[in-house]
Design a protein around this ligand. Structure first.
Ligand code: NDP
Length: 242
């Protein structure tokens, strides 16, 4: 049976791997993102539909609705990323203003975006469907406002699972560790930091976007119908290393 899937931030990295997985399965996939060019290239490559949307903006999310299928089987809240006040520039702001700007940016990008998108489409989610949101090991490591936002995402997901459960819709979080081959770190990842991240795993290698896509696909599959309100760590064992 063809399912209708929305993958936010589906042009690159983890989102693209997730979208590709569903598209290969024959599902009807919509991918979103803020930049039109990479979004359209990705959609063309995998046979998905591209819709430009900033998921932190309520008006943009409202404009997305008429472009989505009437019924959605799976929502993947993947859009997100990290703004770091040490790198983002002051633009004439005071240090406290810079701090507040970047703190809010991380909450908006990683928590509000998922909550807003889910709120907008919740009536279209079908029985037997699933919401899967992409968290982070940063939630468990005290990683500033980015980690706080991802921890908030896991907490929000509990409430979501409670709300959607009676409609036979599951809500879970997949929490990656260090995933290589995405735009997440930009050019800020030094060889030393990369080596440290890899050494922090039990498996001694970075995760790949396809590792996350596999976990998302499982949580959205019939095999996972009794799994809800969970955070699934997909991080090569990093959460258990010292
Ligand atoms: P990428 O930067 O490659 O992917 C993020 C995607 O989200 C981009 O396509 C970006 O496109 C889109 N995006 C970001 N903000 C918005 C927004 N406001 N509205 C719409 N689209 C948005 O990195 P990853 O694939 O690594 O990241 C995917 C998710 O995985 C994120 O939530 C991230 O926090 C999480 N994660 C990543 C880890 C890693 O090591 N890579 C580790 C743990 C978690 P555009 O800029 O065009 O909008």
């Amino acid at each position: 049976m063809t399912r209708a899937i929305l993958v936010t931030g589906g042009a690159t990295g983890i989102g693209l791997a997730v979208a590709r997985h569903f598209a290969r399965n024959g599902d009807e996939v919509v991918v979103t993102g803020r930049r039109q060019a990479p979004l359209e290239a990705a959609a063309k490559e995998i046979g998905a539909r591209a819709v430009v949307c900033d998921h932190t903006d309520p008006e943009a999310v409202a404009r997305l609705l008429p472009q989505l299928p009437d019924r959605l089987d799976v929502l993947v809240n993947n859009a997100g990323g990290q703004t770091d006040f040490r790198r983002s520039g002051a633009d004439g702001l005071t240090p406290l203003e810079v701090f507040a700007r970047d703190f809010r940016a991380n909450l908006d990008a990683n928590l509000l975006s998922a909550a807003l998108t889910t709120k907008a489409v919740e009536d279209r989610l079908t029985a037997g469907g699933a919401v899967v949101s992409i968290g982070s090991i940063a939630a468990d490591k005290g990683s500033g406002s980015y980690g706080a936002a991802k921890a908030g995402l896991a907490s929000w997901n509990l409430d979501l699972a409670r709300q959607l459960g009676p409609r036979d819709i599951t809500a879970n979080v997949v929490s990656p560790g260090y995933i290589a081959d995405t735009e997440f770190f930009g050019d800020h990842l030094t060889p030393e930091r990369r080596a440290h991240l890899i050494e922090s795993t039990m498996l001694g290698r970075p995760g790949r976007p396809d590792d996350i896509a596999g976990a998302v696909a499982f949580l959205a599959s019939p095999a996972a119908r009794d799994i809800t309100a969970q955070v699934l760590n997909v991080n090569g064992g990093e959460h258990g290393t010292r």
